[in-house]
Structure formats: C-alpha cells, structure tokens
Design a protein around this ligand. Structure first.
Ligand SMILES: *[C@@H]1O[C@H](CO)[C@@H](O)[C@H](O)[C@H]1NC(C)=O
Ligand SMILES: *[C@@H]1O[C@H](CO)[C@@H](O)[C@H](O)[C@H]1NC(C)=O
Length: 388
C-alpha cells in the first residue's frame, strides 16, 4: 500500500491505474495479539478498498471462556456498541465506522478471553466481510523454592524444589549447581492446567553431607512471559544435631560453650549436683565465674541442643585456697566415672603463667598434656586440666 501511494506521487497516471485495481481489492485486516495477563489490548480490525455502505460491525468469538462460537457485540452508526450476551464493560469500541475501523479495546485480559475473535463488516451490496484475530495470553509464572530441610545422612534425598507455577507459555526451569556439579542431580516434571497454563517443577537431589552444606545453587527460570531470565539463589542447608561440644576459655574466669549444629544450638549450663552457686552466672552460651570461692567447685555441664539432638560438654572447676586459684578440667562423664572409681588422677596441662599451688589430686605429667581447655568429647579422653 505504501509503495503504491509512493508511486502515485511520482507517476500519477500509472498510480491511478494501480489504485483503481487496489480499490477493487476489498479487504478486512486484523492481526494477531499477544498480551500479558491483566493488561489492556487492542483487537485490530480495518476495512479497506471499498466505498460500499457499511451498515454494521459485529464481533464473534470462540474463546476458552466461550468455547461455542457466539456473537458478543455489534456496532451500528446510530446505537454505537451493543453487547449481545450480557454487558462486558471491559470492551470498548475505539474504531470509527466512517473510516471502516472496527477495532475493539479489551482491558483486564484473562485466560478466559484467549481464543479467536472474528470481526465482521456488513456491507451493502456485497454482504459480510470478515477476518479472524487470535488473542494469545502471556502469564508469568509464580516462582517458589521449597527447602526439603534434609538431615545429615548418607542416602540421596530431595534437597530443594524449584517451581514455576501457572506459566504460559511453559517456563523452563534449570539448576546451576556450580562446584556441586556431579554431586547432585535434578529431576524435572511439568503439568498443564485446564486454563492453559503449565506448572514446571525441578528438584535437586543429593546425599545430605557436610560437604554440600552451605553451598550456593541457583534455580534459573526462563519463559517468554517473563521480562528477563529469573534466578533464585538457594543455600543448601543440611541439618544436624550438635556435633561436638567445645568449652573455650575467654579471659580469666569465663567459659564459652561452642558446638557446631544446624540449626544453631541452644546452650544450657548446669552443675552435676543440680545446685547452682551464687557467684556463677550464665549469659547465652557463656559461664561466668564471679568471686572465686570454693562454692564454685564442682563439675559443670554444658548441653548443646537443637531439634535434631543434644550433646554435652563438661568443665571441672576447682578453686583452691583463698588466693583465688582455679583449676578446671574438661573431661567426659565417662571418664569421670572411671576416675571416680580410681584414685583420682588427672592429666593436665600447666600453663606456666601462674605458680601452681598444692592440689593433692593432680600430678603433673606434661607429656600427656593436650590442648588447654579446648575440647571435650564423648569418647572419654581427658583433654586438659589447667591452673591459673
Ligand atoms: C495469526 O495466527 C494464525 C495462526 O498462527 C496464522 O495462521 C495467521 O496467519 C496469523 N495472522 C496474522 C495476521 O499474522
Ligand atoms: C490456572 O490454573 C491453575 C491450576 O488450577 C491455577 O493454579 C492458576 O492460578 C490458574 N491461573 C490463572 C491465571 O487463573
């Protein structure tokens, strides 16, 4: 058409010949439409190449919401737009009968609107002329990640599931596993819904080991209905009970209980004899010994626990004489039992910073010394005794 007009401009005679041919080629032009859910679109419909009398424009549709072909509105010069089967105010006539423009605007488009629209011009004398317009919807998927909260183990389990729900067209869901490639695998599935959307699911499987714990992976979703590729980051969490309980000395008379666990452990301190000395306080995981007195003497126990289990660590406190000397020992209950049965014998580490005052139950055997006040574990090794 543009070219024809261009020619008309420069070659008047030739062009008028062509134009007269075009004028005879009556046609109705539509055009397919793709629109995002909830948006507004135009259903274009234009009549060209005729000088005949246009008496009415009518629209028919076959959609998901109206699967049987139906007339749904008519447009006449005198009455304007008239709905046929119930008034759907989302349709507006934005054309112009004098220009042979029958275009409609549709707002708040939903999946029920998707389908074929037929635009019909009623002419005199040639009768009905029509075209079909396909309305296609884009529905962006709803994205989500589900953490399967795997507990530490040696069998393969589902770790996390990524879902792109209700997408049109269907979304592609992939996992980027970085350094875990080869250690994890994925499974994919998709379901098409009656409303024309598709839910695509991809799950990541692996052995829930400490090795994969805290690894960052990404779920990547692509769909024509999304403006851009979406990437959902996920840090793999492997859940486990407190592993080993360490009691760390902090300053002169403060001891922090530490245990690796996921979720993070809660700590409770108490004393083996169930009494609690006034001059000892606990704040969070830390035991604080205030005024040094023999009231503090005894075996203290720190219990680390989370919903997956619990584990204990022990601290033996012994304050000797009035000059505020504390000896503490970390050892297991098991060993304690053994020791209790024998004449007490502690292996200990001597810091050397302070002179050791006579404590009859201890013998210095430096060769067997372990890390100072560091670790206690359940297999019964006496780790350290320390004097200040
Ligand atoms: C609209 O889509 C249909 C089906 O894909 C196709 O046959 C037709 O040519 C398209 N119409 C236009 C104007 O692009
Ligand atoms: C399509 O159907 C699915 C499944 O019934 C539903 O979850 C989803 O919300 C629907 N989508 C729209 C846009 O109505």
């Amino acid at each position: 058409m543009g070219i024809v007009l261009f020619k008309e401009h420069y070659f008047g005679f030739l062009a008028s010949l062509i134009l007269s041919t075009v004028a005879e080629a009556l046609q109705v032009t539509g055009g397919n439409v793709t629109v995002a859910l909830g948006e507004t679109c135009v259903l274009p419909c234009k009549l060209t190449g005729t000088t005949e009398t246009l008496s009415q424009i009518s629209w028919q549709r076959v959609t998901r919401g109206a699967p049987q072909k139906e007339n749904f509105l008519t447009i006449a010069r005198e009455t304007g737009l008239t709905p046929v089967n119930g008034d759907d105010r989302r349709f507006t006539f934005i054309g112009n009968m004098s220009d042979g423009d029958g275009s409609l605007q549709l707002s708040g488009v939903n999946l029920m609107d998707e389908g074929i629209y037929i635009c019909i011009f009623t002419l005199f004398p040639s009768g009905n002329q029509k075209t079909e317009i396909l309305l296609n919807l884009f529905v962006p998927p709803v994205l989500s990640l589900e953490d399967h909260r795997p507990a530490l183990g040696s069998e393969e389990v589902a770790l996390v599931t990524c879902t792109a729900a209700g997408s049109k067209p269907p979304a592609e869901v992939k996992w980027l596993t970085g350094t875990l490639t080869g250690k994890v695998r994925t499974t994919n599935s998709s379901t098409e819904h009656p409303n024309g959307t598709t839910t695509t699911i991809s799950s990541l499987f692996g052995v829930p080991s400490r090795e994969i714990n805290q690894h960052l992976v990404h779920c990547v979703i692509t769909s024509a209905a999304l403006m851009k590729k979406e990437s959902l980051p996920f840090t793999i969490q492997v859940y486990f009970s407190p592993q080993e309980v360490n009691i760390r000395q902090q300053g002169q008379s403060s001891f922090e209980c530490v245990a690796e666990a996921n979720p993070r452990a809660d700590f409770t301190w108490n004393r083996a004899d169930n009494s609690w000395p006034q001059s000892a306080t606990v704040e969070a995981a830390t035991l604080q010994l205030m005024s040094m007195s023999s009231h503090l003497n005894g075996l203290y126990q720190c219990e680390a626990s989370n919903s997956y289990g619990r584990k204990r660590g022990h601290l033996y406190v012994h304050v000797t004489s009035g000059d505020c000397v504390v000896c503490w020992t970390l050892f297991s209950l098991l060993l304690l039992a053994v020791i209790a049965g024998l004449t007490t014998m502690f292996y200990f580490y001597k810091s050397g910073k302070f002179p050791r005052t006579g404590e009859g139950t201890s013998r210095n055997r430096k060769s067997d010394a372990a890390i100072p006040a560091e670790e206690e574990d359940e297999d019964g090794r006496l780790q350290a005794e320390r004097s200040v």
